[in-house]
Design a protein around this ligand. Sequence first.
Ligand code: NDP
Length: 275
Amino acid sequence: MSRFSGKVVIVTGSSNGIGRSAAILFAKDGAKITISGRNAERLEETKKLILSQGICPENINSVLGDITKSEDQKILIDSTLQKFGGKIDILVNNAGAAMPDTTGVSGVESDISNFERNLAVNLNSVIGLVQKAKPYLEKSKGDIVNVSSIASGPAAHVGAMYYSMAKAALDQFTRNVAIELIASGVRVNCVRPGVVTTGFMQAMGATEQASDEFYKLFGSRKDCVPAGRLGTPEDISHLILFLADRKSSFYIIGQVITIDGGSSLMNVLASSFET
Ligand code: NDP
């Protein structure tokens, strides 16, 4: 039998990148899956990719919406319950973005409204969805996996200060809510990726060319990525599925697991002494 056979899974931000990969893997492994995002064309592409794996359309619920809006979060939950027999087993809070200041200012000079935009998508939407899914996850003894970033610290991340602060708050939300919810049988964990080749840079406003050049340069530097290549969406989604599968990871509670090819262990001072 497939690992997620009979399980109902919601993956936010599955119209691209890591979320798309996770949605495909869950569906291939037997899950009934709700996919979501704001971009209709890209969401349809995810659906097509799932269907191309031989999955039947009845196992896919596709929901367009902005995850920062409470009414869209509600639609995501309600449509999942309606389509898949009134239950939710797994919630993957993957949607996220680093939102640069629209006026081009960076660092502490950036207006507080920019912090609020970063919080809205990377933290508040997760809190809202966990609140709305909680009764159903308690009923199913379900699992939550959040998606953070190595930007969350402890190294500083001045270039995307407010994004990194929002992800740091998400890490601590994971720990707190994990301890609260395990009392009713719901597990919460979090993955913390390094640089992964996705639409992330373009969502920040980079051109396709600039995004490709960044990934090529960063991925080629062993002082940035000791593993010798950048992360792929599949590298990350395999860990998401492991943490969502309680048969494999039952005893892991409230952990924020770094998956970055070694990037966050690199130290400029130490590498400058290498011969
Ligand atoms: P992508 O830009 O490729 O995908 C992001 C997904 O999030 C898209 O499906 C996008 O959908 C969705 N999304 C963003 N904002 C909203 C919103 N307001 N409402 C609904 N959906 C939204 O990036 P990644 O796959 O890389 O990002 C996935 C997660 O991984 C994020 O949380 C990100 O912070 C994290 N991460 C990524 C890293 C990387 O290097 N790529 C590194 C570390 C962490 P749509 O555009 O259709 O709205």
